[in-house]
Design a protein around this ligand. Structure first.
Ligand SMILES: *Cc1c(COP(=O)(O)O)cnc(C)c1O
Length: 387
């Protein structure tokens, strides 16, 4: 039998970390002590009270059956109360909130709800990969928006305006940003909403890192801004906030029509989140913010240690106010892939080459603050010796 993939799969961007992954595996097999700053996944465990709640809920047979596609009402109500408390934004649990099996699936499925063949999505470059793959799998086309240091890694909307926007239906926005760790200004958000309403473009706002912030910085929801209710769908996640990446729980919220269109796509694909996880997620959202504060302080200490170390070897990283990433410029004569390979082979340190997030990520590496301070210290010592 001759098995061939669909055209859409063929169109997906190539996976750019193949070579690094292979080199990583080889060094591991050789018994090398790798320090992995490549992974965007919290190293700390899920707080115990959430695990206890899951255990309890998993024992209840009522939670063993298919869940509601639209999620438990109690979860949606808790999300509404969390949003009100955190951002001062009122959401209707009945039609402005949709629980997701992690926000990634919602983000990747959303273009299926909106794009017609040949429509465009404005996608940041560099970016979190599902914005691109979701667009391609929905028969959409990608229009890249470079995120440049000189614009504080915000897209230049005026430049985009000049190119004609007739077939553009979606713009993906993600602040605090992965991979650049940049944050948005109020001014940018106001301009963005104006731009979207003028041009009939839906804003997909990815707020996965809103709670991972430092130095007193507080991230805002796009839904706090005037006009947003007409054009914004915002994606949120328990993954980074509560160290729950493996649990798969997030949500979409905002404009009710957009939320219902995504719900329609999903009702044809999945059957909701395991209900015991929904019950545990309610407990997470109900808890006070002490755990989050402690976690941010931990990341902040690691950040300061890594920044000091990187400066001591002559790199010039940006000081991140949010996310657990450090996005650092590398010497001009190297490509980011070569630089990552150098770190790996000379110091057994894994970092992510910026080009893996898009062509404009070239010239940078991303390092995750998801390893203990001792390991960051060790990494810096190795770099001082070898680089
Ligand atoms: C981690 C991350 C998410 C969250 O993914 P989940 O599917 O909710 O675990 C979303 N967006 C970005 C940019 C991320 O880095």
């Amino acid at each position: 039998m001759n098995i061939d993939s669909s055209d859409k799969l063929k169109k997906l961007p190539p996976y750019l970390f193949v070579e690094i992954d292979r080199a990583k595996r080889k060094l591991r097999e050789e018994g090398k002590d790798l320090i992995d700053l490549g992974i965007g996944d919290p190293d700390q465990p899920t707080p115990q009270f959430i695990i206890n709640k899951l255990y309890e809920a998993a024992k209840d047979p009522a939670n063993h059956r298919y869940a509601l596609d639209s999620g438990m009402y109690l979860l949606r109500a808790e999300i509404a109360s969390w949003y009100k408390n955190r951002f001062g934004v009122d959401l209707d649990p009945e039609n402005e909130i949709l629980p997701l099996i992690g926000s990634k699936e919602g983000i990747a499925h959303f273009p299926l709800a909106i794009l017609k063949r040949g429509d465009y999505a404005l996608v940041p470059d560099p970016c979190y990969p599902p914005y691109k793959s979701g667009t391609i799998l929905a028969d959409g086309k990608i229009y890249s928006m470079p995120l440049l240091a000189k614009n504080n890694f915000l897209p230049d909307l005026n430049k985009i305006r000049r190119h004609g926007l007739k077939k553009v239906k979606i713009i993906f926005i993600n602040y605090p940003n992965n991979p650049t760790s940049a944050v948005a200004t109020d001014e940018f958000y106001n301009e963005l909403i104006k731009f979207a309403l003028e041009n009939n473009i839906i804003i997909v706002s990815d707020l996965a890192y809103s709670e991972i912030t430092f130095d007193g910085y507080r991230a805002r929801s796009l839904l706090e801004f005037e006009g947003a209710r007409d054009c914004v769908i915002e994606f949120h996640s328990l993954s980074k906030t509560y160290n729950m990446t493996g649990w798969r729980c997030g949500w979409a919220c905002g404009n009710s029509k957009l939320v219902s269109l995504l719900a329609k796509v999903k009702s044809n694909i999945d059957s909701g989140i395991f209900q015991a996880i929904q019950v545990a997620s309610i407990a997470a959202l109900k808890s006070d913010a002490r755990h989050i504060k402690d976690m941010c302080l931990l990341y902040q200490e690691r950040r300061d240690l890594l920044l000091r170390g990187l400066k001591s070897i002559g790199l010039t990283p940006k000081i991140p106010l949010a996310t657990f990433y450090v996005w650092s410029k590398i010497p001009r004569r190297e490509t980011s892939s070569n630089f990552a390979r150098l770190f790996l082979e000379k110091a057994n340190i894994v970092v992510t080459p910026g080009v893996g997030f898009g062509p404009h990520g070239e010239g940078y590496i991303r390092m995750a603050l998801t390893v203990p301070k001792e390991r960051i210290h060790e990494a810096i010592e190795r770099l001082k010796k070898t680089i």
